[in-house]
Design a protein around this ligand. Structure first.
Ligand SMILES: Cc1ncc(COP(=O)(O)O)c(C=O)c1O
Length: 369
């Protein structure tokens, strides 16, 4: 069986370095907000994993918390509306609810599969406070157009980079266009730990300082005095040590993902499948094709020992928690939710298997699935 993804294979590949990193944490001196978190934050902010030199990184407990704390830190709260794409992981919208704000679900662009800037502009209303573009599957949203909409209406922009560690657009790193960027280190991510973790990256030092308080009971400076609302949402010391060990390998892993994607393109070109957009700076968190009979193809591939996944169905407007946020019909979102299929792309899983997977797909398509 070829699984769609298998984080333990990635951990096994770097096991020696990871074991050393964990052992150093176990020896102390500190298990919470210690040396490993500080070192990881410095390295991530220095550009290794997806942020420009000189920016600030604040490690938090998850990608969902990274989004919620970034929005709170930018002043988003009750009564505000936040625009986000209708096709994304539920956590993006949950983060908006965590701030007491309302998610407004925006149609996506059929090419990028990310939020459509024209639809975003049309969705701006008197209560709109922020936009959260998601760089879905490691492909860039149209950030120049979205930043223009945000500037016109004075909106905060938090980039959801949970799937785009190290990706670029026009040579510029994703996560550096908006006011802040939120990362997830969930085990399947391009940079993933062995548990939950997240981070906010921002060029704004005062936002970074607010975030350090928000993640740690609202404490200000070293005095353990709560200046404002705060949470317990810290990046764990062991996760930070593991992420720090994996960070130097991120660029190579992303290059491997790009190579696998190029091979899929060669081998699946000319079939009836819709292929992902050809973005030079994409990091292929997923290689998601569209198929007319997606569920039939999925079943036939499973019968041939090939795992696939569906990201994401249904669209967020069909989740009871977010349904109120749908202000317009969302036909592009519905169509993609019905037809997208994610093939194996994790290098430790798909490397060396692309010809077999593509061959099986061609056979399945030929026999009607
Ligand atoms: C696009 C997107 N946003 C947000 C999240 C939430 O991250 P986490 O699971 O770390 O809370 C994820 C992934 O899980 C995601 O893929």
């Amino acid at each position: 069986m070829i699984p769609q993804a298998a984080p333990p294979l990635r951990i096994a590949r770097f096991r020696r370095e990871i074991d050393g990193a964990v052992a150093r944490v176990l020896s102390g001196p500190s298990y919470i907000l210690g040396e490993a978190v500080a070192a990881f934050e410095d390295a991530f902010a220095a550009g290794a994993g997806g942020s420009p030199q000189g920016s600030h990184c604040v490690g938090v407990a998850s990608g969902t918390d990274a989004l919620a704390l970034a929005l709170r830190g930018l002043g988003v709260g009750p009564g505000d509306e936040v625009l986000l794409p209708a096709l994304t992981f539920a956590g993006t919208a949950q983060a908006v609810l965590h701030c007491g704000a309302s998610p407004v679900l925006v149609e996506i662009d059929a090419r990028t599969r990310c939020i459509d800037p024209h639809a975003a502009a049309a969705a701006v209303g008197p209560r709109t406070a922020a936009i959260v573009p998601v760089h879905l599957f490691g492909h860039p949203a149209d950030m120049p157009a979205l930043m223009a909409v945000a500037a016109r209406h004075r909106l905060a922009v938090v980039e959801d980079c949970a799937q785009s560690h190290g990706a670029t657009l026009g040579g510029k790193r994703l996560g550096t266009f908006g006011h802040a960027a939120a990362y997830s280190f969930y085990p399947t991510k391009n940079l993933g730990g062995v548990g939950d973790g997240g981070a906010v990256v921002t060029a704004d030092p005062s936002l970074a300082a607010r975030l350090r308080g928000l993640r740690h009971y609202g404490f200000e400076d070293r005095a353990r005095v709560s200046g404002r609302i705060g949470f317990n949402s810290r990046l764990d010391e062991i996760q930070a040590a593991i992420l720090l060990a994996l960070l130097p390998h991120l660029a190579q892993a992303n290059a491997e993902r790009r190579a696998i994607a190029a091979r899929y393109r060669d081998l699946l070109g000319g079939t009836e499948l819709g292929l992902p957009p050809e973005d030079e700076g994409a990091v292929y968190h997923q290689f998601a094709v569209t198929a007319a009979d997606r569920d039939g193809l999925r079943e036939r591939l499973a019968g041939r020992g090939i795992g696939t996944a569906v990201h994401y169905a249904p669209g967020l407007h069909r989740h009871p928690a977010f349904a109120e946020g749908a202000r317009t019909p969302l036909p592009v979102t519905d169509a993609l939710a019905a037809h997208l299929l994610s093939l194996p792309i994790q290098p430790e899983v798909a490397g060396g298997q692309v010809a077999r997977i593509a061959g099986a797909i061609r056979e399945c398509l030929a026999c009607g699935g």
